[in-house]
Each structure stands twice: as structure tokens, then as C-alpha cells.
Design a protein around this ligand. Structure first.
Ligand code: ATP
Ligand code: SKM
Ligand code: MG
Length: 158
């Protein structure tokens, strides 16, 4: 949820000479519609099934940088699969910064946040609930650094 997966993922892919894939985009292409419509028309359980199926269609060790969805690691055995896929990175950004990024973005395109009374509080609750999954990533980075510094921190780890 605005932690910077797409921004960093694209730059990282370019610097490694890998392809970049975004799981949310793959889902929208597969379903021929956008994510809010999938949630509204088919429900979250359906979305999570599609998300897991498409995650598992990514080739292991395929020279790909994949940006997952914000909830991807937290359902089914997805995190186990992600760990088999390659190196996993958790971009750890505090809830108040995520809330600012989402407010600036201005579009209500995240069904799991829509209608939230306090964006920062809802994000904090989600992060608390999901941290046990995110914490299984091979590396955690403080995602508030600018993207150039994030890349510098990452490159020696890969
Ligand atoms: N390292 C960073 N520091 C500050 N702002 C950033 C950073 N990385 C990304 N952003 C900004 O945060 C917003 C979300 O970035 P991005 O789309 O890369 O996140 P995401 O994790 O892919 O989000 P989503 O959950 O929508 O897929 C954008 O406005 C982007 O410019
Ligand atoms: O955090 C989540 O559960 C989500 C994040 C987005 O990337 C999308 O995958 C979808 O909106 C759900
Ligand atoms: Mg993204």
C-alpha cells in the first residue's frame, strides 16, 4: 500500500537487467478489469484466489523483479512460495507516511482501505496484523529513504 514497491522494483529491475512484473497489474489483465471492481463484484475471497494462482505462475529464478500486492504474503502459502521464488524484500514504511502518500495520490483505489475513518489508524492495524508475514522476507528496508539510497542499500545484498 504505497510502500514504494513499484517505484523501487522498476529501478531495481533496470539496474539488474531483469524484467519487472507487478502482480496487481497481472491480476487486472487476467480479469480484464480493475481491482476495485473485482472486490466489488466478486469479493475479496475470489480476488485472493486469483492473486495466489497468478503469483504461482511466476517462474522461479526467472530474472524477474516482482512487486507483489500489499496483502499477497498474508494469504494461503503465498509467503512460502515467495521465499522459493527468490530474494524477498519488505519495504517497511510507518503508517503515518503511508497515509500521507495515499492522501497525496488522492484516488480511492484500495478496497481494503475505502471508507476508513482514520487512514493512519487503519493502516497501522493492517501493518500490525500483517507484520508476522512481512517479517519473513529475506530483507527489511526502511522504505522512507529516497529510492536512490534504497537501491544502494539493496545492491550489495543481492
Ligand atoms: N522511497 C520513496 N520515498 C518517498 N516516496 C516514495 C518512495 N517510493 C515511492 N514513493 C511515492 O509513494 C507513492 C507510492 O509509490 P508506489 O506506487 O511505488 O508504491 P506501491 O507500493 O507500488 O503502491 P501500491 O500499493 O499502490 O502498488 C508514489 O506517489 C511514489 O512517488
Ligand atoms: O493490501 C492489500 O490487501 C491490497 C493491496 C493492493 O496492492 C491490491 O493487491 C489490493 O488492493 C489489496
Ligand atoms: Mg504498485
Amino acid at each position: 500500500m504505497s510502500s514504494g514497491k513499484t517505484t523501487l522494483g522498476k529501478k531495481l529491475a533496470r539496474s539488474l537487467g531483469y524484467r519487472f512484473k507487478d502482480l496487481d497489474k497481472l491480476i487486472e489483465q487476467d480479469q480484464n478489469t480493475d481491482i476495485p471492481s473485482i472486490f466489488a463484484e466478486k469479493g475479496e475471497a475470489y480476488f485472493r484466489d486469483v492473486e495466489s494462482r497468478l503469483l504461482k505462475s511466476i517462474p522461479v529464478n526467472g530474472s524477474i523483479v516482482l512487486a507483489s500486492g500489499g496483502g499477497t504474503p498474508c494469504f494461503f502459502d503465498n509467503m512460502e512460495f515467495i521465499k522459493k521464488l527468490g530474494i524477498s524484500i519488505f519495504l517497511d514504511v510507518p503508517a503515518h507516511s503511508l497515509a500521507k502518500r495515499i492522501e497525496n495520490h488522492g484516488k480511492d483505489d484500495r478496497p481494503i482501505l475505502s471508507g476508513a475513518q482514520s487512514l493512519a489508524e487503519t493502516l497501522q492495524n493492517k501493518i500490525d496484523e500483517r507484520r508476522p508475514y512481512y517479517a519473513q522476507a529475506d530483507f527489511s528496508l526502511h522504505g522512507e529513504l529516497d529510492v536512490t539510497h534504497l537501491l544502494e542499500k539493496l545492491k550489495p545484498l543481492l
